[in-house]
Design a protein around this ligand. Sequence first.
Ligand code: HSE
Length: 376
Amino acid sequence: MKIVLLGCGVVGQGVLDIMDEHPEYGKVAKVLVRNTAAHPDSRVTADPEEVFAEEDIELVVECMGGLEPAHTYVRRALEAGYDVVTSNKKMLAAYYAELQDLAEKNGCDLRYEACVGGGIPWIHELIRLQRIDEVTSFSGIINGTTNYILSQMTEQGSPFADALKQAQEAGYAEADPTDDIDGYDARYKVALSAAAGFGILPDTEKIPCWGIRHVSAGDIAYARENNHTLKLIGSGRLYDDHAELCVMPRMLKNTNLLASVSVNLNGLTAQSTTLGPSSYIGQGAGRYPTAHAVVQDIISIGEGERTAGHCYEMPLNNDLTEEVYYIRTSAAEAFRSAAEVIDGDVIITKKIRYSELLPLLESCGDPELFIASVEE
Ligand code: HSE
């Protein structure tokens, strides 16, 4: 199988290394890079026209990251009738419908295992479950960088900034770590999990999204003193006429399986009709785990396995589930109506719906507020 590779950063280089080790799965003929001097390889070029002019392309692998030009190149590949494998969750979450429709129209496959859960075969499992079951919910640790930061803060007492720097050095973090620490990366992954698992197409921007930018040692200590562990959790639940999707820190009971999923690992659980819960834990970020997922998609396409990516639209409404929330804010009084306990700048809410809490969150005016749901 003749392959062209778009992007040769952390993930792209990993894909190139694995493919060169395994020529039985295909041959990377051209590699599009920004800076050819940084890549001493005769296949690299900075000219996309040279890549697309390559004869007999069978598969385009996109590992560029970012919205553009990645979106334009993936469009172009599908329009030309090439199968596509991408690791670019930000781009795919933004253009999922358009690109899957294009893939369907042109008889191509568009695969994205590496977009969610790093090396864990999560998307594959969500699709496979549906051979028998309906997937009714999923939840888990879906971002390696924030899990690494929270683990280091919890287990080593590391300051937030030091843990983030280590995650960047290890190649876990996005180029702009805002996407990780503010929860946006997890939100792209929740949207793509909903597409693969529920067959729905959520408006990614409407998924409630709270990150860990303002987490403090005090928040970690509060969780520990109450036999809980703080994790950033992405979740989804499908109802007949709407879906609940969310990204939010959560204080998990220490007995919860996910509480022990540490460092850069991801841990995800799906609920489906006859299997019940099934959990998947593994390397959630980093060069080779992510590249492994890309290459698994390449192999599946080479074997002729096809996926159906078409989704239907479904409104979002986070109004059924009631939770207890931990909130730390300089504007604690603004939450009095929802509070079970106010202790200085910490509020523990009554069990309430997110939609009841949202107006208070929006009006309290504290840009450094930290919120986490609490497992009971
Ligand atoms: N920045 C992402 C993470 C990379 O930390 O999970 C893997 O998607």
